[in-house]
Design a protein around this ligand. Structure first.
Ligand code: ADP
Ligand code: MG
Length: 391
């Protein structure tokens, strides 16, 4: 789960990381009021969306007076901000964060990620902040410091000092840097984060170290024990298809193609994606209905897949071990009795009660294309899609 910049900053502040003064606004009027509360002469109006690259996309505006703040806020509210991380449809702006503009001397990068290979929390830092880490890696790879933290003891003071010196920070800033690095590490660990990225971490002209932008992601499987994090979820920022599936207990990943897939088990789902690609098709989603899918669950999955306007053909691929093919078949028939499905539908059933399952489908009178093997199913769904769309 991702959260907004202002939420990440509030969390980090509780761990001793310094941030500029700021406040949240839901209207232009409130934005102006926030700036008054903050005081000073220059402010930054920042669109809160779950994506980076907002600056380049016009989502970060520096303002010098009330009128500019009002104008920036009015332009941004309700707009879909398209950055290189959002995809073409962009992300809707419902919240703005108004922040005191900082006089920046230097922009750094400081991030923590879970490195699965070394099974460690990995510190990634660079003196070349402001740009994306991918860009830093491409343009200034030698500037990147990496330190794997020993999990038994956590990040140590000497490690934080080494990173500070490695970033070329002057001695006067080292103690602030150590507080920032250790605090960020504790936040990562104590809140079950999978990623924390402060970019930029800035040295101000006044000699302070401030987190100017922050992104945080959390382990979904740990949210049950972090209720104060779980409640930060902003559904308006998520793929509506994935959100609906999540709320119905289905695993769903939206993709860009046009073949909707209903599959039980992640392994089979991945193999099916590969086979569709192999047959020159493009999956519209990755939907795993799980092991013990009831007819109701299959029907829910159908409703969700068919509600995606991009779906022009559907493949159901079930290998029933714990599951039963006759249940799945009942679910398909139930769903299609209630829903209008103009898209061609290919069903491949294998495993427990396969004969009964096929009988239910054949006896339903529905225009279902049956397939025996995975390859046949993938070939048939791509062929049926081509035929029905003429693509
Ligand atoms: P994003 O990474 O989504 O583009 P940032 O919050 O990193 O958004 O903002 C982009 C750039 O805008 C920063 O690199 C920084 O130069 C500038 N900026 C952001 N917040 C402030 C601030 N409070 N004061 C001054 N400049 C800022
Ligand atoms: Mg940034």
């Amino acid at each position: 789960m991702d959260i907004h910049e202002y939420q990440a900053k509030e969390l980090l502040r509780d761990f001793g990381v310094q941030i500029p003064q700021g406040g949240l606004a839901y209207s232009p009027e409130q934005a102006v009021y926030r700036a008054k509360e903050i005081g000073g002469e220059r402010w930054v109006v920042k669109a809160q969306v779950h994506a980076g690259g907002r600056g380049k996309a016009g989502g970060i505006r520096v303002c010098g007076d009330d009128k500019e703040i009002w104008q920036a806020a009015e332009e941004l509210f309700g707009k879909r901000l398209v950055t290189h991380q959002t995809g073409a449809q962009g992300k809707i702006i419902h919240r703005l964060y108004i922040e005191a503009a900082t006089d920046i001397d230097k922009e750094l990068y400081f991030g923590l990620v879970l490195d699965r290979t070394s099974e460690r929390v990995m510190v990634v830092a660079s003196a070349e902040g402001g740009m994306e880490i991918e860009e830093i890696a491409r343009l200034k790879p030698q500037s990147i410091l990496r330190v794997a933290v020993e999990p038994a003891v956590g990040m140590q003071g000497f490690e934080a000092r080494e990173i500070a010196f490695g970033l070329g920070l002057p001695a006067t800033l080292v103690s602030q840097a150590v507080t920032t690095f250790l605090g960020t590490y504790r936040a990562f660990r104590d809140l079950d984060a999978t990623m924390v990225e402060i970019n930029p971490l800035v040295v101000t002209k006044g000699g302070r170290l401030l987190a100017l932008d922050c992104k945080m992601s959390f382990d979904d499987n740990a949210l049950f024990r972090r209720s104060h994090i779980a409640e930060l979820r902003d559904k308006s920022q998520e793929d509506p298809r994935e959100m609906q599936a999540h709320d119905r207990g289905l695993s769903y990943v939206g993709l860009d193609g046009n073949i909707g897939c209903i599959i039980n088990g992640a392994g089979l789902a991945m193999a099916t994606m590969d086979m569709i690609k192999h047959a020159d098709g493009e999956p519209a989603n990755f939907m795993d209905i799980g092991g013990g899918a009831s007819p109701e669950r299959v029907a829910k999955a159908f409703r969700l897949v068919l509600s995606d306007s991009k779906v022009e053909a559907v493949l159901v691929n079930i290998f029933a071990g714990i599951n039963r093919c006759d249940w799945v078949a009942q679910g398909i028939v139930q769903a299609l009795e209630k829903l209008e499905c103009k898209a061609p539908l290919v069903v491949r059933l294998a495993g427990t009660n396969v004969a009964e399952g096929r009988q239910i489908l054949a006896g339903s009178g529905l225009p279902i294309i049956a397939a025996d093997t995975l390859k046949e199913a993938a070939d048939k769904v791509v062929a049926a899609w081509r035929q029905s769309t003429g693509k």
